[in-house]
Design a protein around this ligand. Structure first.
Ligand SMILES: [Zn+2]
Ligand SMILES: [Zn+2]
Length: 423
């Protein structure tokens, strides 16, 4: 059983599904090219301290969900639970702060969290994300949000909703934090156990709570939006102007705080109505203190990340097809004598970028044709019999059933012509 089952919370991605992954990844890469983000590939593990310092000791990620281990050299290492910290580390290690700013980077790859597995949530999961360093401009935040919005739209998820908020900065957050602690102090008994703990350590995260008993207080709770310092207030106003300018509909959600400690000012989240309670479909925000926390000079930053599993789940809910990509041509052989010619034909078709396949199990002609139909090939070429001996092949259009006898010398051209390709 251990040998024939992937570890809990992990899974294999097999060919028909991997096609869908590739489509999402290609779309993400294409958007990054248009928005001028360059790809960065960081190690899958980092020093544990990088995450505990940047993500925050009190967050669920650091306190319960990290895969941490000691290597043979007694180093404390952690499989990356998210990528922003790694990208910040790389930005500093390679002195990218000396390059023209903003530095705009994107990543796609696996992340690891010891979370309870559920629909669309895995312990090894995959994220696409962008990070931009060196600019405080709310227009940069708006551009990142626009990139994310385009990803959903172009993948066929037009009804995602955008929520934005400002979580303030290190000037306006501490007084608000105290205000919040004061507000919940006399209500501690009615909070869930998690929030009772958060009250002392990270009271902002109470606003993230999904428990009804905690949420019942939210009507009267003081919001950060009403307690922003003038700088954060005008930054948030400018962000909203930027979104309006780009014609991006949004809703201000005063309780949106996101799970991580490092956010400042802008936070945003995309919500899919298809995903029920687990409705978040990616998000991000600004992290103007994070580079400094990681040991660098004060450097503003802003980013976005989305789980690819979440996108796939939303696409499935949307009922978008799971169909396997069909070959363009199936080459069948009527008898074994034609097989060497079959292989040459496959080689030549592939050289012309035509996807094609043959049988490798010694199937009868009837079974090969059944196989061709099942694979949904557009064309079938039959080689063998009297026609083959006369230097001819049979070309069949699988949709119309039309057949042509074609000279073997011109079979490539005939296939390309039938596929509406340049001959
Ligand atoms: Zn502020
Ligand atoms: Zn709670």
């Amino acid at each position: 059983m251990l040998l024939t089952r992937a570890p809990r919370g992990t899974r294999d991605i097999l060919p028909p599904e991997a096609e869908k992954w590739r489509r999402i990844e290609e779309k993400a890469r294409e958007l990054c090219r248009l928005y001028r983000y360059g790809e960065i590939r960081t190690p899958l593990f980092e020093h544990t301290e990088l995450f505990s310092r940047s993500v925050g000791e009190e967050t669920d990620i650091v306190s319960k969900e990290m895969y941490t281990f000691e290597d043979r050299g007694k180093r404390r290492l952690t499989l990356r639970p998210e990528s922003t910290a790694s990208v910040v580390r790389a930005y500093l290690e390679h002195n990218l702060n000396a390059a023209p700013q903003p530095v705009k980077l994107y990543y796609i790859g696996p992340m690891f969290r010891y979370d309870r597995p559920q629909a669309g949530r895995y312990r090894q999961f995959h994220q696409f994300g962008v990070e931009a360093f060196g600019s405080q401009s709310p227009a940069l935040d708006a551009e990142i949000i626009h990139l994310a919005d385009q990803l959903y739209r172009q993948l066929g998820l037009p009804d995602v909703a955008l929520e934005v908020n400002s979580v303030g900065c290190r000037r306006c957050r501490p007084p608000y934090r105290e205000k919040l602690q004061g507000f919940f102090r006399e209500k501690l008994e009615s909070l869930c156990p998690d929030c009772r703990q958060r009250h002392g350590t990270n009271p902002l995260r109470i606003l993230d709570c999904k428990e009804e008993t905690c949420r019942s207080h939210f009507r009267e709770v003081p919001t950060l939006g009403d307690n922003l310092c003038p700088e954060c207030g005008s930054h948030f106003a400018a962000l909203q102007e930027g979104l309006k300018n780009l014609n991006l509909p949004y809703r201000v959600n005063p309780f949106l705080v996101r799970g991580l400690d490092y956010y400042t000012k802008t936070v945003f989240e995309f919500i899919s109505p298809r995903l029920g309670a687990q409705s978040s479909l990616g998000g991000g925000g600004r992290y103007d203190d994070l580079v400094e926390v990681c040991g660098g000079p004060p450097t503003p930053g802003s980013g976005f990340a989305v789980g690819l599993e979440r996108i796939l789940l939303a696409l499935e809910e949307e009922g978008l097809s799971k169909e396997e990509e069909a070959p363009e041509v199936y080459v069948a052989s009527i008898d074994a004598g034609a097989l060497p010619r079959v292989d040459l034909l496959l080689r030549d078709l592939r050289a012309k970028k035509v996807s094609c396949e043959r049988d490798f199990l010694g199937r009868s002609l009837k079974a090969q044709l059944k196989q061709a139909g099942r694979s949904r090939a557009r064309l079938t070429v039959l080689l063998g019999g009297d026609e083959f001996r006369e230097g001819k092949a049979l070309l069949k259009d699988m949709a119309t059933g039309e057949q042509d006898t074609v000279s073997l010398d011109s079979i490539i051209d005939a296939v390309l012509d039938n596929l509406d390709r340049e001959v």
